[in-house]
Design a protein around this ligand. Structure first.
Ligand SMILES: Nc1ncnc2c1ncn2[C@@H]1O[C@H](COP(=O)(O)OP(=O)(O)OP(=O)(O)O)[C@@H](O)[C@H]1O
Length: 429
């Protein structure tokens, strides 16, 4: 098995830090792929001075799921890894169960990994998964491509977290051979053979074929460096606005709209294609899509949060614990009693010093800024004046565009803050 072990070692070495104190997380279902990854990752962590934190989600969809989960935990602990079980307790939908289970799984994995201090979650997708996804796409399914290194799809739970898939060039057969050679057992999930699910149909259709191997891409792309540069040169990214060169690829435009709007699902593809085509002309364009406003003028795009006619919902903030508002700002209130909402409709009651700060921003960037207020005193203050407030927009976009190549480039509490002197020595009262 040296080929497989060398490939996985190289994939982990390329992306992960050595001798770091924080754990590397691993999504362990107990199936053959993730059991093999458990063995390979445990070996790597022992050699490279890292802790391994394995996470198993019990979807509570099968009467034996607790037994399967316990089996995964025992295997992880036997190899010296920490292990936690997470359960999907929410109501289960009557249709679209695989997609709902997937979303719940990613959210649980991301929340737990982030809170444990991990920045990377290892996933055990294989070359067979790539072949199955291709087959499903041919049947009309809309699936993203499996990448060896990509941001967690859970938002906001996955902020500052990347997924690493070091087995994308390995076949399921090789992984099971590794487990047999180590006398290790694994589970076969009966859902994998359930013909109601497209994934199972793909498995059955491809059983006789050899999977096509993928080569994984490394390092930031040209687009990523353009975006990182554009972000760094914008002095106002703390406010959640994004400026980009007008000639961005559609994929980058989608990532920018998603990041600026703070939403969890990307814009629908026909509307995105239509907007991208409009931007190809030289004319001025103003449009809204998926909760974002896009203004194209000359060679520059300004993308800001569109609060809509009804505005953005207000929320009470827990004291001394980071809470994400509108998928864009991580806010830690210093004491109980504070709520957060959008500036829209509250500009006139802002203190003049805060009004002066707001007026430095383009008009479209103002209404969705976060303001804090108390029940007893509804006069708003810009969030930065009261609470530690980090903007998640730029970090999310840079990660989505491929601008993060290594675990070291992720900071755990990622997010942009305003220049140190902007809110200094000025009373908002
Ligand atoms: N119940 C689970 N608990 C923890 N990790 C899991 C669980 N189910 C799947 N995983 C992780 O996800 C990987 C892919 O599993 P699977 O192919 O079933 O999911 P998928 O929905 O196709 O993938 P994705 O979640 O990326 O869309 C597994 O190899 C494992 O690393």
């Amino acid at each position: 098995m040296p080929g497989l072990i060398d490939c996985v070692t190289a994939a982990l070495d390329a992306r992960l830090s050595l001798d770091a104190d924080r754990p590397v997380a691993l999504a362990l279902s107990g199936g053959g792929d993730s059991m093999a990854l458990l063995h390979l990752a445990a070996d790597w962590c022992a050699r490279r001075g890292r802790r391994l934190l394995t996470l198993t989600v019990d979807h509570r969809l099968h009467r034996d799921s607790a037994v399967w989960t316990a089996f995964a935990g025992e295997a992880a602990r036997d190899l010296g890894a920490d292990w936690r079980t997470l359960s999907w307790d929410g109501p289960k939908p009557a249709t679209g169960l695989p997609a709902a289970a997937r979303a719940a799984r990613h959210a649980l994995l991301a929340d737990t990994a982030r809170q444990a201090g991990a920045r990377v979650i290892l996933m055990a997708h294989t070359a067979d998964d790539i072949a199955e996804s291709d087959w499903m796409r041919d049947q009309g399914a809309t699936l993203g491509a499996l990448r060896d290194w990509s941001p967690s799809p859970a938002w906001p739970q996955g902020r500052g977290l990347m997924l690493l898939r070091p087995l994308l060039t390995a076949s399921r057969a090789d992984l099971r051979a590794l487990l047999r050679a180590r006398n290790a057992l694994w589970l076969e999930d009966p859902a994998n053979a359930d013909p109601r699910f497209l994934r199972s149909q793909a498995r059955m259709a491809l059983q006789s074929e050899t999977p096509s191997f993928s080569s994984s891409s490394r390092g930031p792309t040209a687009t990523a460096s353009t975006i990182v540069e554009a972000m760094k040169s914008s002095p106002m990214i703390w406010s959640g606005l994004v400026t980009l060169p007008r000639a961005v690829p559609a994929r980058t435009l989608a990532a920018a709209l998603l990041s600026v709007s703070g939403q969890a699902a990307p814009p629908r593809s026909p509307r995105l294609t239509a907007l991208h085509a409009r931007l190809a002309s030289d004319s001025e364009v103003t449009a809204t899509l998926s909760g974002a406003r896009i203004q194209a003028s000359g060679q520059t795009l300004l993308i800001t949060r569109e609060p809509g006619r009804t505005g953005l919902p207000a929320a009470a903030l827990p004291p001394n614990a980071p809470a994400v508002w509108d998928g864009r700002f991580e806010i830690t209130a210093p004491e109980p009693g504070w709520s957060v909402g959008a500036l829209k409709g509250r500009m006139a009651s802002l203190a003049p010093v805060d009004q002066a700060i707001v007026k430095r921003l383009p008009a479209s960037a103002r209404p969705a800024l976060p303001v804090l207020f108390r029940d007893a005193d509804p006069r708003p203050l810009l969030a930065w004046r009261v609470a530690e407030t980090r903007c998640l927009v730029a970090g999310r976009l840079i990660a989505a565009a491929g601008g993060i190549g290594h675990e070291d480039q992720l900071t755990h509490s990622s997010g942009e803050t305003p220049p140190a002197d902007l809110f200094l020595n000025r009373s908002g009262g």
